[in-house]
Ligand binder design. Structure first.
Ligand code: GUN
Length: 293
């Protein structure tokens, strides 16, 4: 069993990005600039946005942090989005999800300029991704593909079972794994809340991507010997063992599943850190105008 070290790969990617930024700036080029919008004070979102801003500093990006209270109106938030679309210095930005119930998330996502949508959430970017056209690919699926590449995991002709069909992870992941390229070419099955017998599928899987958000859902009896297991779960549970009072729990019962795997991602330290590297990588693409000329 080999542990997939997302933290190490994320740091490697960040140092590669930092090197490139240094070169760009030394030649008189523009420092990439990411903005992050946070609405309300959800603990998880606060932590994620803080980590994104900190990562910008680490790689030499400029960052702008915009905070709205949870009482912000949809119109006010849309005004912020329009301002960011028109700000020539900002290369890309994110609006941290989830948003409060009174705001239509899709309306906000659709208002973001696709060229600045470094989250890859806009329908134009999702559509381009499906058609294999240049696009921003959202952070988690992009990070998982990068882990598969860097660990040289064999995917061609393999059966990949994706559990979960969210817009952010499950759906794009299933599309990416079926693509006709070296790090995909899988036969893909998507399982979800209405699937009759998930273990019937997972037991046949060479690769399992678990993104349903149910702590310790995937148990050893559901996994074939030698499978690759990617755990996307990040449920926050209260804990007396940590300073923050919280602990992240994955969707996989790690201790019993790991011995059966050829590769497995831990939680924390697996997929999570990769999402930051993906966001930085998309922001660098935005500042270089690689996807949208
Ligand atoms: N909420 C959970 N994941 C993400 C993400 O990748 N981007 C944004 N903007 N919000 C999120």
């Amino acid at each position: 069993m080999e542990l997939i070290d997302g933290k190490k790969i994320s740091l490697q990617l960040q140092s590669e990005i930092a090197e490139e930024v240094k070169t760009i700036v030394s030649k008189g080029g523009k420092q990439p600039h990411l903005a992050a919008v946070l609405v309300g004070n959800d603990g998880g979102s606060e932590t994620y946005v803080a980590a994104k801003i900190k990562a910008c500093e680490n790689v030499g990006f400029k960052s702008t942090f915009i905070r709205h209270t949870s009482e912000v109106t949809e119109a006010e938030l849309l005004a912020t989005v329009v301002k960011l679309n028109n700000d020539k210095d900002i290369d890309g930005y994110i609006v941290q999800m989830p948003l409060p119930k009174h705001i239509d998330e899709q309306k906000i996502i659709k208002a973001v300029d696709p060229a600045k949508d470094v989250d890859g959430f806009h329908p134009v970017n999702v559509g381009r991704m499906v058609l294999s056209l240049p696009s921003y690919i959202s952070a988690t699926p992009n990070g998982i593909v990068e882990l598969i590449k860097r660990y040289k995991i064999e995917t061609s002709g393999k059966h990949c079972v994706v559990i979960g069909r969210s817009n952010i992870v499950g759906s794009p992941m299933s599309i990416l794994m079926a693509k006709n390229n070296a790090f995909a070419n899988c036969t893909v099955t998507i399982c979800h809340s209405k699937t009759k017998d998930i273990s019937f599928f997972t037991k046949q899987a060479d690769i399992i991507i678990c993104a349903l958000g149910k702590p310790e859902f995937l148990t050893a009896d559901m996994v074939k010997q030698g499978a690759v297991v990617i755990d996307v779960g990040t449920t926050r549970v209260t804990s007396t063992e940590t300073k923050s009072g919280f602990k992240l729990k994955g969707d996989v019962k790690f201790d019993e599943v790991a011995p059966k795997c050829s590769f497995i991602t831990p939680v924390p330290g697996g997929v999570g850190p990769m999402t930051i590297a993906s966001l930085l990588s998309n922001t660098l693409l935005a500042s270089k105008k690689v996807i949208y000329k």
